[in-house]
Every structure is written in structure tokens, then in C-alpha cells.
Design a protein around this ligand. Structure first.
Ligand SMILES: [Zn+2]
Length: 177
């Protein structure tokens, strides 16, 4: 099976700087360094986000027009996990950075696979979270707006990257209750 190399493509070895070649390894074409022998395995990215509710409504943010992925669409407070960060920490950190709210992370709402983000395929781990402090505020650039929405009146333009799936799953969970 030949992999299609999409937007993110490594040309040089990050260990020794040698130009990379392609080789069939374990049934897939992979980037290999002929100089130091390193094989570069491409793996899923991991993100984490929060569902914050108020009186049955969900908190969403509108991404700024200048952001790389899904500009101008609505999504959950969320972001990629740093390499030394547990997903729960990521979720709380992103909530604080993007909404100004301090949250306590609760149970996992769901884990969503996405393959529609030009930055790479991944999974997003979504937690339910409770506000314990802070004040709702957006920076006005990366986060253009923050608002609570009821399940019957969600915005039309939802971000990909697992957000649209999560928000629709949340809506279904509300209508079942
Ligand atoms: Zn190398």
C-alpha cells in the first residue's frame, strides 16, 4: 500500500540532516534516512478539549479569520497536547487560554478521530468540565467570539478536526435525555 504524502512532508533527517528516501517497511512506504538508518513513523496527533455547559447550553468559540485551520468556524476550547502534558492538563490549559475560565476536568465525553485537518490526522479527547473560576473573555484575534448555544440552535459553520463530530454527538446526547 503506497501512502499519499499530503501537506506535511519531511525531506531531511531531523537526527543527522541527510536527505530522506522512501522505503517499503511493514507494508507502508515510509521516510528512511540512508545515512543513520532512522525510520520516521508518522503517527496520529493528540488533542484535548472541553465541553463546558451552562443551564444546558454548550460553550463554543469562533476561530479567528487568520488562524491556520478552519478559520471563522465554531469549535470547542481545545488544542494539541504538548509532548510532556497529560491530555487533562491540555484541556484545562486550553480552556484557560481560549476562554479565560478556570475549569475542573471531569469524565471523558468521547474520543474523536479526524482526518480533515491539513496539519495532520489525529484524535481529540473531549472531557466534560466545570467552571471553578476566571471570567469569560476572548483575545479577539485567535478567538473572535465566545458564546453559549442550546442544542436546538447550534451555529452552522462548525470546525473540523473532531469538533463538528463532538458538537453533533453532544446535541444527540442532549436530545436523548
Ligand atoms: Zn539520519
Amino acid at each position: 500500500m503506497v501512502q499519499v504524502w499530503k501537506s506535511i512532508d519531511m525531506k531531511f533527517c531531523s537526527r543527522c540532516g541527510h536527505r530522506l528516501s522512501q522505503k517499503l517497511i511493514e507494508g507502508r512506504t515510509r521516510r528512511v534516512c540512508e545515512s543513520c538508518g532512522h525510520v520516521f513513523y508518522r503517527q496520529l496527533k493528540v488533542g484535548a478539549g472541553v465541553i463546558v455547559e451552562r443551564d444546558g447550553d454548550i460553550l463554543l468559540m469562533r476561530r479567528g479569520a487568520g488562524v491556520l485551520a478552519f478559520p471563522g468556524t465554531w469549535c470547542l476550547p481545545a488544542g494539541y497536547c504538548e509532548h510532556d502534558e497529560a491530555p487533562k492538563q491540555t484541556a484545562a490549559r486550553e480552556a484557560k487560554e481560549e476562554t479565560g475560565l478556570e475549569v475542573a476536568i471531569g469524565d471523558i465525553f468521547g474520543i474523536f478521530f479526524f482526518d480533515d485537518d491539513t496539519r495532520g490526522n489525529g484524535i481529540q479527547i473531549v472531557y466534560r468540565a466545570t467552571v471553578i473560576g476566571g471570567e469569560l473573555s476572548s483575545d479577539g484575534t485567535e478567538v473572535e467570539a465566545l458564546a453559549y448555544f442550546c442544542p436546538e440552535d447550534l451555529p452552522q459553520a462548525l470546525a473540523g478536526g473532531g469538533h463538528d463530530q463532538t458538537i453533533r454527538a453532544w446535541k444527540r446526547s442532549c436530545l436523548r435525555e
